[in-house]
Every structure is written in structure tokens, then in C-alpha cells.
Write a protein that binds this ligand. Sequence first.
Ligand code: CA
Length: 236
Amino acid sequence: MGAHVLIVEDEEKLARFIELELQHEGYEVSKAFDGRTGLTMACDGDFDLILLDIMLPGLNGLEVLRRLQQDHPTPTILLTARDAVMDKVSGLDAGAVDYITKPFAIEELLARVRVALKLHGKQAATGGMTAPSDEGLLRWGKLILDEKKVEVTFDGHLISLTNREFQMLRFLLKNQDIVLSRDTLLEEVCGYDYIGETNVIDVYIRYLRSKIDDAFDVKMIQTVRGVGYVIKSDPA
Ligand code: CA
């Protein structure tokens, strides 16, 4: 059986949509439509991951998260409104492992769910409907990023990346030949209107370069002075 995910979301159509997508990926799913029910279910159940909306009737998501962290800590991804910067910061302070900004692409949510379960969960999804194929594989030279397994290899060697490094590499690989600004990378990788310095992106780039470029003697990530970063599809 796949990992058990609890969705706490008062927009019932959205909750149902996420449920179907997760079930399709092989997860077991439960739903709650308000904060109080969500908290009770989360504390009574044994969930591998919780998707928690912040704006909820009754008890809001941040309050649910705080109580949950005290009584029954469970990896949680917050679903947040686009410009609720303080909510996101408070959410991470309160112990959320990640957040995703509404409206989101379902593929983005599924990718984050996989990463969160891989890094924080007891078990990843098993089974599911995916046939062995190239689906979810991003390639650059001898480097392969496997979105399903949340795994990066270079010429067969496993590269150990953090959650953020993985998201950043994935986004760069998906947008090969497009120069991505630090702001764009921040928005996509860190997921919120970052209030600190954008040089956090340079820090992640440095880590990626030391783990990939330096380790395997390639030049994958190019700096475009004054603009940002790009991975060129033609390594030459
Ligand atoms: Ca809501």
C-alpha cells in the first residue's frame, strides 16, 4: 500500500481533485474540509504526509500545524495564497516541511509530495500505475534526474541533494536553454516572495556546482552575468 496522505482543504472540489491525482499515483488518501476535523483526524490517524490549507474555517491551518507539531508531529506541506508571505514564513517556523502557492500545477504538487515523502516520510508510494519508461526522467549529458524516484545520478553515480537543491536542478533542467533570473528561481524553488537576499540562490548554485560540476568535471550550470543562470542543452 502507498503512503497515506491527509488533505485538509475547505474547497471541496480542489480537495477532490488532489485526492484523485494522488490515488492515481498509488497513495491512500483521506480528506477533511475544516481545521478542527483535520486536526482530529491527523492526531487519531497515522498519516505519512498532510497537505494543509492555511485559510480554513474554524481553526486555521497555522493553528492546526502548531497543535499538530506539539501533539502528533507529521510532515506537512502548506497550501498558501499567493501573497501571504507572513503565513508562509510562520508556517515554516511552525514546522511545515514545504509549501506550495495556489494556484499550482498538479505536477508541481505531486513532485513536492514525492520529495517530502522521500525526505521525511516513513515510506514512499509503491505500486501506482506508472509503467517503466522514460517518463519523469530529465537528462543532461550523463546526468539523469528521476522525478519519480527523486534521485539524481551522473554516469550511474548517485548524487545526494537536499530538497531545495533537487527542486532547483529540476527547474533548471526543465527549462534548458532559458536563462532564469534569481527572482524566477526564488519564486519557483523557494516558492514564496522571498523577503531575504536573493543570494540564497547563488548559495544553492554553489552547492550544485560542487556536487556535480566539480565532482564530475563538467560545466553544467552557466552563469549569465547580471541576469541569472542557465543549463544549455548542448553541453559544448
Ligand atoms: Ca481555504
